[in-house]
Design a protein around this ligand. Sequence first.
Ligand SMILES: [Fe+2]
Length: 270
Amino acid sequence: MRPRAEQCWYERLHHGPDYDIWVISWLPGQSTGFHDHGASSGAFVVATGVLEEHRPGERTRVVHPGKPRAFGPDYAHDVRNVSLAPAISIHAYSPPLSDMNEYELDGSRLVPRDRTSGKAGTVEQEWQVQKRKPSDGTDALSIEQVLSAARARLRRLSPDEAYEAMVKTEAILVDIRPEGQRAIEGSIAGALVVERNVLEWRFDPTSGARLPVATDHEIHVIVFCSEGYTSSLAAIALQDLGLWRATDVIGGFQVWRASGLPTVPPSEAS
Ligand SMILES: [Fe+2]
């Protein structure tokens, strides 16, 4: 039985003055996004399953159980579970993890994410999110924290990756922008238009209002909006319905168009 997304998490097993140790579980499709570990050196080993480690300009490393990966300070990577099975890994940092920076891939180079924009989403950062929770007895989270937690559960796709998935696989590209925005910005040929307010009802395979394409929980839905913010929350809403492969497009329609991928101009868009 596949564990549900909310059961997939991480826990600090040890926190000493010299090092800390974390256990992280990964659902299929989850990734950290590119990040470093501040001044900490570290190492991780897969206990069960298979992970991938991505570094710009380097060949993807497949990390199998029992084959530890070690790194020094300022080392940046993106760790992903691209397999169809859950994975569990153990991570150690020395000195204990206290600071992280997140990056986006710009061509072949990493550029720091603007944290104030809410573009965040690594597993380790979620720990910092927990630390930032208000201490006044309420459990309220800011939208930045909600977005970070959502993205920690997603293996988000660049527009190029989303396009390739759409043309080469069974992936379904879903445009959740409202009609007014599509009319101004244009659209993407081949994308299925399902506005955000009806998204869950159209894709829950048990819903009476589902689309014909929403046959089961295995379909690969790739959501996009205008800039790639609310699409992350929409993708998580679909994952919570059991569509475990649901994800979204980094930068949304704006970055898709800026990347030179095919679009339908506003005048021709329906
Ligand atoms: Fe890491």
